[in-house]
Design a binder for this molecule. Structure first.
Ligand SMILES: [Zn+2]
Length: 348
């Protein structure tokens, strides 16, 4: 299948985030995309460079002011003197105005300093903004949009090697290592190209709260996810429960228990895909995260490459034009194998 890469992703290279007050090294690294792309090329996939898309692709799924703040945040951080004090090279959220000012203060007025304004949009303290974050995140959306263009143009399937990932980013918020929602961009691009109904199938280990939020009550876009149960304490904590159903009945969450193995995980996937089939989508977007892998410390799930190959085959069984968009998966030694298991399962 055609594989879309966006070389400018390398500009997003933020080394750390803050988790529970502790500064930790990030594992969402540029080398992730390089490893996957190299493996796809070695497997014989046609490699295509993402084409630059205009702002309308982002504005279909994101708030204009949010985009402006994200694009300029690092410049403002520098202008506010934060490279000297506190001496941090990334925009790091610390103050959250929606909590402080529920009856006053709003993001349209903004804040005098970016260190406060960014808190209108930040979901967590893990996800910092570096000098090249906007360029890298925009490149990932270009990859997703280009893959959607290929499928809209008649390809059965295309895969976008997106990083940073996107499914935790909402219309006007970012977090969970995500800034712009690549899968949402792909779905909106398919809709724009004429697909009346698009389904997003999210198999990342974590619930895609941003994607769910963007398409909540949208009758033309179905969002379904299999993920580790937030009720067991897992990110994104407050979202992703099975009882979250929108008014248009186009949302389906299938949380699984923390030690779900191939059998448990695939059972949940089977139920989800049955529901997706009933929606009768004209096209599919798959949020392809492989952090449900047994060796990935970012989730407790126990999925093996046999499970990943099986979900690839099951998605192919829906027999719809399909755009795969990469999300999570962080073990550098096995990231490519897990990813290829899904893609080769689809093509088998
Ligand atoms: Zn994940």
């Amino acid at each position: 299948m055609p594989v879309v890469v966006a070389p400018d992703h390398v500009h997003h290279d933020v080394a750390t985030g803050v988790w529970c007050g502790v500064t930790e090294a990030t594992d969402e690294l540029p080398v992730r995309a390089e490893i996957i792309a190299t493996a796809c090329a070695a497997a014989g996939a046609p490699m295509i460079e993402a084409s630059n898309h205009g702002p309308e692709v982002l504005l279909r799924v994101h708030d204009e002011r949010f985009l402006g703040v994200l694009e300029t945040a690092h410049q403002r951080w520098v202008a506010d003197g934060h490279l000297e004090s506190p001496g941090i090279p990334y925009v790091a959220p610390y103050f959250f105005p929606p909590v402080a000012g529920r009856h006053g203060g709003n993001r349209l007025r903004g804040a005098a300093t970016i260190r406060a304004e960014i808190g209108f949009y930040a979901m967590d303290t893990l996800t910092c903004i570096g000098a090249g974050t906007w360029i890298g995140a925009k490149a990932a959306t270009d990859a997703a949009a280009t893959a959607a263009d290929l499928v809209a143009g008649g390809q059965r399937v295309a895969y976008a090697v997106c990083r940073p990932p996107g499914h935790h980013a909402g219309r006007a918020f970012f977090g969970g290592s995500c800034y712009l929602n690549n899968a949402a961009v792909a779905a909106a691009q398919l809709r724009h190209a004429g697909a009346g109904r698009v389904a997003i199938v999210d198999i990342d280990a974590h619930h895609g709260n941003g994607t769910q939020a963007i398409f909540w009550n949208d009758p033309s876009v179905f969002y379904g996810s299999v993920h580790v149960d937030p009720a067991a304490g897992w990110f994104p904590h407050t979202v992703g429960h099975a009882d979250e159903v929108d008014d248009t009945a186009t949302n389906c969450n299938m949380p699984v228990h923390p030690v779900a193995d191939d059998g448990d995980w695939l059972n949940a996937c089977t139920t989800l895909l049955t529901t997706v089939g009933l929606f009768e989508p004209e096209a599919l977007v798959v949020s392809l995260g492989v952090d449900a892998a047994v060796d990935d410390p970012n989730s407790p799930l126990l999925v093996t490459d046999r499970g990943f190959a099986a979900i690839g085959r099951m998605i192919a069984g829906l027999d719809r034009p399909t755009v795969f968009v990469h999300e999570g998966g962080y073990v550098l030694a096995t990231l490519a194998a897990h990813t290829l298991a899904v893609l080769q399962g689809f093509e088998s």
